[in-house]
Write a protein that binds this ligand. Structure first.
Ligand code: GDP
Ligand code: MG
Length: 482
């Protein structure tokens, strides 16, 4: 998992501040030292680390974090914002020519992912804007390189211009561009050769291609797994070619984070896309803010929290704790909870970005699609009111009846009851341990360390409201029945 070590160390650094009403200058100094070590260990460029730490410290002092409310959360916010800035603030789109074709030249070391990424980009443009790209095979040093591009072309149904390995790459590009002109292609990709390291001859060849093709975009492809080397490489290529954008590949591997965090700051050139796998669809726009949250191990949770933070209040949390002490969470609440989770949007996408979260059994239901919710509903509607409020009575024969009634397999009914019990158990932990249960769960899931329990409060608040509402509804039902 990418960034795992960095995420853990950053969270640990900030976790120590949690729960402190006030933090001393010494606390801040310790935290900053740990953040510094975390970044260095993740192979972030030394100068970048130095600037980063200084900025965060200055901001923390300047905004009087030490005196304010909830200093831990404020520091997390500052770190998140500064990580975002270090990586470039906002997403930068692909350059586009005012008249066709837009010419995109690739550059990068051998094995960085140029050929694969040409295919991914062409594929993306094809599906997104119905583009008609042409890909030029200008890596003549290995026959296999041309075959590889041809194979990619077939796979995504994009034409490849190639002249074998015996022609000068500059000449190939010249003829390829003429062909694109004749065929009215709107994008031209030039797949170039790489070497194991930067050498003069390669740079000259790339410079000559650049001079001839006047690319709108010179896309440097770097392998995120190579850390500091990626940064040195990027600097080398940029000095020679003045690249216009960077694509960081292999972010699906267990990269430490150094390249992602250093390249923009060192070269001044924006990371435009990231490669996250070997498939043609594994290319994503690079969003510095989302990457920062991901590095902090919060996925998109930060924005989610910002959205809800305003109206979270302690009173609701307390109310819920009381409700849970009565231990009255039942299937009606469960159904409500599911619906609530589903309303929160593309939850599984957010979950996916949080290390460890996707596999957390207590949250397995968060990955639900609408069909699943319908099934859950069907099962719960097939229960009697007694079964819903006293789930302990659900013996095998009742389960079989419910399965038959809802048209769902009995295994699914069992699974759902298990999920329900997990959720209930979690709530008991919360009520007994004064929220620490919830927090433990969040922490186990690799998040929330730095959040000061905001997520917990959030979840409780919405739960509290619904439980209350349900109780009213049920009580009035009961009264009516009597
Ligand atoms: N896991 C992973 N592998 C990638 C990614 N991008 C490229 N690769 C793999 O890296 C290897 C080298 O890629 P290639 O495109 O041939 O690199 P080139 O020499 O720069 O053209 C191939 O095995 C690709 O499948 C990525 O984002 N994730
Ligand atoms: Mg290649």
């Amino acid at each position: 998992m990418a960034f795992e070590g960095l995420t853990e160390r950053l969270q640990n650094a900030m976790k120590k501040l949690r729960g402190k009403g006030k933090i001393s200058e010494g606390d801040l100094r310790d935290t900053m030292r740990e953040i510094r070590l975390a970044l260095l260990e993740a192979d972030v460029n030394f100068d970048v680390v130095k600037d980063f730490v200084k900025t965060v410290r200055d901001r923390a002092v300047g905004t009087k974090v030490l005196e304010g409310l909830n200093p831990a959360q404020q520091i997390v916010k500052i770190v998140d914002e500064e990580l975002t800035k270090t990586m470039g603030e906002t997403a930068v789109p692909l350059n586009k020519s005012s008249k066709i074709p837009t010419v995109i030249m690739m550059a990068g070391l051998q094995g960085a992912g140029k050929t694969t990424t040409v295919g991914k980009l062409a594929n993306r443009l094809k599906t997104e804007e119905k583009a008609r790209p042409l890909m030029i095979a200008a890596d003549v040093y290995r026959p296999a390189a041309i075959d590889q591009l041809v194979t990619v072309g077939k796979q995504i149904d994009v034409p490849v211009f190639e002249m074998g390995t015996d022609t000068d790459p500059v000449e190939i590009v010249r003829q390829g561009l003429a062909k694109a002109e004749a065929d009215h292609n709107d994008y031209v990709f030039i797949d170039t050769a790489g070497r194991l390291q930067i050498d003069e001859q390669l740079m000259d060849e790339l410079a000559r291609i650049k001079e001839l093709a006047h690319p709108d975009e010179i896309m440097l492809v770097v392998d995120a797994m190579t850390g500091q080397n990626a940064v040195a490489t990027a600097k080398g290529f940029d000095d020679k070619l003045d690249v216009t954008g960077v694509i960081l590949t292999k972010l699906d591997g267990d990269t430490r984070g150094g390249a992602a965090l250093s390249i923009r700051a060192v070269t001044g050139k924006p990371i435009k896309f990231v490669g996250e796998g070997e498939k043609m669809s594994d290319l994503d726009v690079f969003h510095p803010d989302r990457m920062a949250s991901r590095i902090l191990g919060m996925g998109d949770m930060l924005s989610l929290i910002e959205k809800t933070q305003k109206d979270v209040d302690e009173k609701h949390a307390k109310e819920l704790t009381e409700k849970m002490r009565e231990n009255s969470f039942d299937f009606n609440d469960f159904l409500d909870q599911m619906q609530q989770i589903q309303k929160m949007g593309p939850m599984d996408q957010i979950m996916k970005m949080i290390p460890g979260m996707a596999n957390n059994p207590a949250l397995a239901n968060a990955k639900m699609d609408p069909k699943d919710l319908e099934h859950v509903k069907a099962v719960i509607y097939s229960m009697t009111e007694q079964e819903r409020t006293e789930p302990d009575v659900l013996n095998p024969s009742r389960r079989r009846r419910i399965a038959a009634g809802s048209g769902r397999p009995v295994q699914e009914v069992n699974r759902m009851i298990k999920q329900f019990n997990q959720m209930k158990k979690m709530m008991n932990q919360v009520s007994n341990g004064n929220m620490s249960g919830m927090q433990n769960m969040m922490n186990n899931a690799g998040m929330g360390n730095a959040l000061g329990g905001k997520m917990g409060q959030m979840a409780m608040k919405s739960m509290s409201r619904r439980i209350k509402k349900n109780k009213k509804r049920r009580n009035s039902l009961r009264r009516r029945r009597k």
